[in-house]
Design a binder for this molecule. Structure first.
Ligand code: TYM
Length: 343
């Protein structure tokens, strides 16, 4: 029997932040470390997704390599044939399948995607690219090409995951079983031991998610942040005037966010962290604990990043890309046959 596939992609623009790390990277790396005998693990760099919004192209190649280094520093084992690390654009089937899937996707359905709505609302429709408009189709193909069942992503990608299931079911209904439909979102959460998707909030404005595209970077903790700078960002996090530590995402989103962050750093649950600090009025003391543990996390992560071996990474990329072209091409051929492009 073929193994089920766990797959995720993390874009290479700007620096990665703790939302990317805890939302997607750590869950798949944990699986890679503990369950690669039961599952194939695909961690890829969606480089074609990097310029759906404008970027500095002169640094793209280095950012792609840096992403791979970050995955290794975060613990991704390279010496395991069940674990695949690859760059999307090195597997041309992603683009080919996307064109096909585009033709079975409605304009209205893409127009309803929250990320597109938000960005096009901010800048005006003429200022956003067609690539931004249909990138959920590319994302769906990233998943469907490899028959993935489980896709660890942060909460902001849930709608895209649902679309992936929709397009797979739509094409299966019309053409027979061409795609493996990924597991429904609730089962995904259960599989990764969560009750909902993760959304780390901006430290200064906890009503919005921590995001790479934040211009100031003041509310974002990047994996490359100097530990002392990160410490200051935590100490300056927006909280509230209730003087009462409790895990209440609605009324105390700033404190709840810090509780989430500390729970992730300690690999425990928010409720356990809440129990330790509950009722305390001293936000400063609590922030100090979070700041210390964050600084220590960054220090040890950055030390590991210094010692990763680029040659090993390049070798892994090339080996995985060869293997992934085989898998992706076989899915593409199945689809080409089903829709009448091949005999
Ligand atoms: P990207 O590169 O923007 O983000 C990578 C992952 O980080 C998660 N994330 C967060 N999680 C928790 N809190 C946050 N504040 C936070 N910010 C980001 C994202 O949810 C994501 O899981 N389209 C995807 C990349 C992609 C992909 C795929 C993912 C392309 N193809 C196929 C899975 C499968 C994206 O833009 O993620």
């Amino acid at each position: 029997m073929t193994k089920q596939v766990i797959l995720t992609g993390i874009r290479a623009n700007n620096d990665l932040h703790i939302g990317n790390y805890f939302g997607a990277m750590l869950p798949i790396i944990d699986m890679a470390k503990t369950r690669s005998d039961e599952f194939d693990i695909n961690l890829f760099i969606p480089d074609l997704h990097s310029f759906t919004t404008p970027i500095d192209h002169s640094t793209l190649n280095e950012s792609i390599m840096n992403n791979a280094r970050v995955f290794v520093a975060a613990g991704l084992p390279l010496d395991n044939d069940a674990i695949h690390l690859y760059r999307q654009s090195y597997v041309p089937a992603h683009s080919e399948l996307t064109w096909i899937a585009d033709c079975f996707t409605g304009m209205g359905e893409m127009g309803r995607m929250i990320q597109y709505k938000e960005k096009s609302y901010k800048s005006g429709e003429d200022q956003v690219s067609v690539g931004l408009f249909n990138y959920p189709v590319l994302m769906a193909c990233d998943i469907l090409l490899y028959n993935a069942a489980y896709v660890p992503v942060g909460d902001d990608q849930t709608q895209h995951l649902e679309f992936t299931r929709d397009i797979a079911e739509r094409m299966n209904n019309r053409f027979g079983e061409v795609f493996t439909v990924p597991e429904p979102v609730v089962r995904q959460h259960a599989f990764f031991g969560k009750d909902q998707g993760l959304r780390i909030k901006d430290l200064l404005d906890p009503s919005k998610k921590m995001s790479k595209s934040d211009e100031t970077g003041k509310g974002v903790i990047f994996l490359s942040d100097d530990p002392e700078v990160a410490r200051k960002k935590i100490m300056g996090a927006t909280t509230d005037d209730k003087a009462n530590i409790q895990y209440d995402k609605v009324n105390q989103p700033g404190i709840a966010n810090l509780i989430d962050i500390l729970a992730l750093l300690r690999n425990t649950s928010p409720l356990e962290v809440e129990a330790e600090f509950k009722g305390s009025q001293r936000y400063g003391d609590f922030k100090q604990v979070v700041a210390d543990e964050m600084a220590e996390f960054l220090r040890s992560f950055q030390e590991r990043l210094q010692s990763v071996d680029d040659q090993l990474i390049l070798h892994k990329l090339e080996t995985s890309e060869a293997a992934m072209n085989d898998v992706a091409n076989s899915t593409l051929l199945r689809v080409q046959r089903a829709i009448g492009l091949r005999a």
